[in-house]
Design a protein around this ligand. Structure first.
Ligand code: UD1
Length: 452
């Protein structure tokens, strides 16, 4: 069965109090919209349609970033969820299969739940996703069941007192045969308490036609939507808690799980250790047995088996660490490949560089990669010793088994096995320090007695 996802994302999200469209606010480093698209992608849809309205350009860019085949359609006026789905009518003309309606602001839905809806579709024409709500709340539509049959959905505003007590509640998701859905949507009216075209009227209209309509149940936690910054913070906390638990179950040691922050795509191998207060931005992979020490910040990087990072290290996009590498405190690595067993242990910046194996980078080493206009590359070979406080002015290449003297400013390539020294020669002046001290002490005395 072919599937077309229709993801509703036109709402303004007024309560977010933001210039950014609601669906672009991030959870675990990815916009809410991407979370919805990722779940939907598990159904391997033939078409993915996003209905945008407010700041549609930004929503379109985000949708295409996730899936360049996504189609973004405009809903210029937000006249209700039924009207939003209707925007896909032309695009889906002639489409034979199922339409699955998702909300762009509901990030926790599980792919298995969508699969259960699709399975239920085999024996029903319309399938709605519902959940039992723990506390009766005014915002959700109520599912009025007649045995297994979903008789109708009533919006809270339009419900009788008795209907408002129903705990089985509408998540907003629906799966329906495309032809039937657009036939029924054409018949929606906005004669209701909100004056909107409700998608939720579809089940009742389908029943009137003798179609088979049912509801599938999921946990309330899956249907959690985001309407405000408070909701967003709450959703982030839930996401983090779930992601940490998943890592612990996968055999990763988190010494203080509550202080580790993960991204939607953080991948950490079994028997890796993550110490307290570590932040993982998007695009990080950590192999088994690596250790990420406290207060480190990582994004867009790869850390291999046996490698040690931190404490207080920063790995930026393009940092590729081979096995048994040591990256120590106050070290920043960006767009650089570090060879096996190489050590950058203290206070260094390695950017736009390739470092070979078995090399030692002394404290305070800087790759001067930026000339104010362009970035340049530094190459350092195998078994090199870079003396402390070396400035490597890129583009520059240091050969295998070469050495630089501490404090050198290296502007020319260094051949294999050579020692490069580039610093002012030292002169010692016997007894001068003593004289200098005496002179300075007298000066100070004069100044302080004058001040009295
Ligand atoms: C909807 C359901 C309600 C359900 C609840 C679950 C309807 C009429 N009601 O109510 O039964 O319990 O979701 O959260 O469907 N949107 C558009 N264009 C519009 C209107 C909405 O794109 O014209 C999008 C919003 O951006 C949002 C989603 O549809 O992503 C839901 O809209 P919202 O107004 O939040 O629906 P609810 O009132 O919560």
């Amino acid at each position: 069965m072919s599937i077309a996802l229709v993801i509703l994302a036109a709402g303004k999200g007024t309560r977010m109090n933001s210039d950014l469209p609601k669906v672009l606010h991030p959870i675990a480093g990815a916009p809410l919209l991407h979370h919805a698209m990722r779940t939907g992608a598990a159904l391997e849809p033939e078409r993915t349609i996003v209905v945008a309205g407010h700041q549609a350009d930004q929503v379109q860019a985000a949708a295409l970033e996730f899936d360049h085949t996504a189609e973004v359609l405009m809903q210029t006026e937000q006249l209700g969820t039924g009207h939003a789905v209707d925007q896909a009518r032309e695009a889906l003309k002639g489409f034979k299969g199922d339409v699955v309606v998702l909300f762009g602001d509901t990030p926790f839905l599980k792919p298995e739940t969508l699969e259960r809806m699709i399975a239920a579709r085999r024996h029903h024409d319309v399938v709605v996703l519902g959940f039992d709500i723990a506390q009766v709340q005014p915002r959700y539509g109520r599912l009025v069941m007649d045995g297994d049959r979903l008789a109708k959905i009533v919006e809270y505003k339009d419900a009788t007192e008795e209907e408002r007590q129903i705990r089985f509640t509408n998540s907003g998701l629906m799966a329906c045969d495309a032809t039937l859905l657009f036939d029924l949507i054409a018949k929606l009216s906005n004669n209701n308490a909100s004056g909107e075209y409700y998608l939720t009227e579809v089940p009742e209209l389908a029943n009137a036609r003798g179609a088979k309509v049912t509801a599938v149940k999921c946990d309330e936690a899956e249907t959690l939507g985001v309407d405000s910054r408070k909701d967003l913070a709450g959703a982030e906390a839930i996401y983090q808690k779930n992601a940490r638990t998943a890592l612990l179950e996968d055999g990763v040691t988190l010494t203080a799980p509550d202080t580790v922050f993960l991204s939607f795509d953080t991948a950490i191998g079994r028997d890796a250790t993550v110490e307290p207060n570590v932040v993982f931005g998007p695009g990080v992979t950590i192999e088994s047995g690596a250790t990420i020490r406290a207060f480190s910040h990582l994004e867009g990087c790869h850390v291999s088996r046996g490698t040690m990072v931190g404490p207080y290290a920063r790995l930026r996009p393009g940092a590729e660490l081979s096995e048994d590498v040591h990256i120590g405190n106050f070290v920043e690595i960006k767009n650089a490949q570090i060879g096996t067993g190489t050590k950058v242990n203290h206070l260094s910046y390695i950017g736009d560089a390739t470092l070979g194996a078995g090399t030692n980078i002394g404290a305070g080493t800087i790759t001067c990669n930026y000339d104010g206009v362009m970035k340049h590359h530094t190459h350092i070979g195998d078994n090199v010793f870079i003396g402390s406080n070396t400035m490597l002015v890129a583009p520059v290449s240091i050969g295998n088994e070469a050495m630089t003297g501490s404090g050198s400013v290296i502007t020319k390539n260094v051949p294999d096995t050579a020692l490069a020294l580039s610093r002012a020669e030292q002169t010692n002046k016997p007894g001068v320090a003593l004289k200098l001290f005496e002179m300075l002490k007298k000066k100070k005395q004069k100044l302080t007695s004058g001040a009295k």
